[in-house]
Design a protein around this ligand. Sequence first.
Ligand SMILES: C[S@@+](CC[C@H](N)C(=O)[O-])C[C@H]1O[C@@H](n2cnc3c(N)ncnc32)[C@H](O)[C@@H]1O
Length: 293
Amino acid sequence: MALEIWTIKKLLEWISEYFETNGVDSPRLSAELLLCHILKLERIQLYTLYDRVVQADQLTALRALVKRGAEHEPIAYLVGRCEFYSLPLKITPDCLIPRPETEHLVERSVDFLRNRPSPQYVLDLCTGSGCIAAAIAKNVKDVRIVATDICDNALKVAAENIHRHKLEDKVTLLCGDLFDAIIEGLDQTRFDLIVSNPPYVSDLEYEKLDHNVKKYEPKLALYAGIDGLDIYKRIMEKVDQFLKPDGALMMEIGYAQGPAIQQMLEQSGIFKEINIEKDFANNDRIAIAKKLL
Ligand SMILES: C[S@@+](CC[C@H](N)C(=O)[O-])C[C@H]1O[C@@H](n2cnc3c(N)ncnc32)[C@H](O)[C@@H]1O
């Protein structure tokens, strides 16, 4: 990118092509997001300001990001934000980049909560950026959410997201190992819904994981023991204690984990309805279990 006259149009075309040549996912969209970030514009404005000349200092900043993008550093980390369930969220390398598949979990949670008398109490285990808690809080009127994570730095990002969307009255963030973050007598201890997108990548899957996910996203957010089931097993040990009768447990699961999770839920003996739902790619993606009365 030589320092000549570069308009938004010319830059968009050049960066898209450069990303395409370097095998970057969604090259045009990635180019748009980087330009928006540097120029502080909305995506639509790129097209209304197509002929605007980009200044030298902005070009220098853009150049550095384009280089990192071409090396497959996730665009969400480069621009420090992403969108989840139509909510703009802050993202740093301390937290997993929320995936579109996880929106399905939010959709199910919102449906479940809206059909019950309020107020509803929700526990979001492994909240990371706070994406699930924020999306539920934004879409369910009278809800109180406790969201926990073991990673303090991820929780700092979650706190910013909760603050940005003015959800402090609805969401409490706690740091700790799964349920251990909750203090009996101080915090809510029985929930209508326990929702979680925990780490669920197995040893073998971690080895084969996309190089860029492995390189840039936190292992703590992904890896869960030899079979990837460590965290589910630990959730199952305590779910009865924290879930109200007739409440629901909803968890995102790995594409090959449906049968193992189904068995785990059945063996607990505390659930009346158990469903494993598939995502748009027809992979197992969500486990939903309703507790006996
Ligand atoms: C797959 S990420 C999910 C983040 C977010 N909920 C989402 O859907 O994008 C899993 C999260 O679990 C957290 N985590 C890992 N082990 C944990 C544990 N033992 N207790 C609580 N949180 C844990 C990680 O720090 C990470 O933020």
